[in-house]
Design a protein around this ligand. Structure first.
Ligand code: SF4
Ligand code: SF4
Length: 93
């Protein structure tokens, strides 16, 4: 299992979450961020940093956002060549 970024992340570019991750799990596109399920160690550090509660432990993802589990894995695979997001981004960047 891994942590998963869900719908409330859409549009957030504060990225408070990425700076606390010890495994540098985060990738992003123009829509939102995603967590690499292979690298995430479920430390839980990121979830409380997110101001809109977008991050859940995989087993705790609300039913309406269940599709985000596969979406995170799929998008990370596609985004890997573009590199990780490890530094806080300014809003709107
Ligand atoms: S802080 Fe939350 S909403 Fe913002 S980028 Fe991170 S997961 Fe997404
Ligand atoms: S749970 Fe820990 S390892 Fe996984 S993405 Fe969040 S901060 Fe990174």
């Amino acid at each position: 299992m891994a942590h998963v970024v869900t719908q409330p992340c859409v549009g957030c570019k504060y990225t408070d979450c990425v700076v606390v991750c010890p495994m540098e799990c985060f990738y992003g596109d123009a829509t939102q961020l995603y967590i690499d399920p292979d690298d995430c160690i479920d430390c839980g550090a990121c979830a409380p940093e997110c101001p809109v509660e977008a991050i859940y432990l995989g087993t705790d993802v609300p039913e309406r956002w269940a599709g985000y589990v596969a979406l995170n894995a799929d998008r990370v695979r596609a985004l890997k060549p573009h590199g990780r997001v490890t530094e806080k981004q300014p809003r709107g960047a």
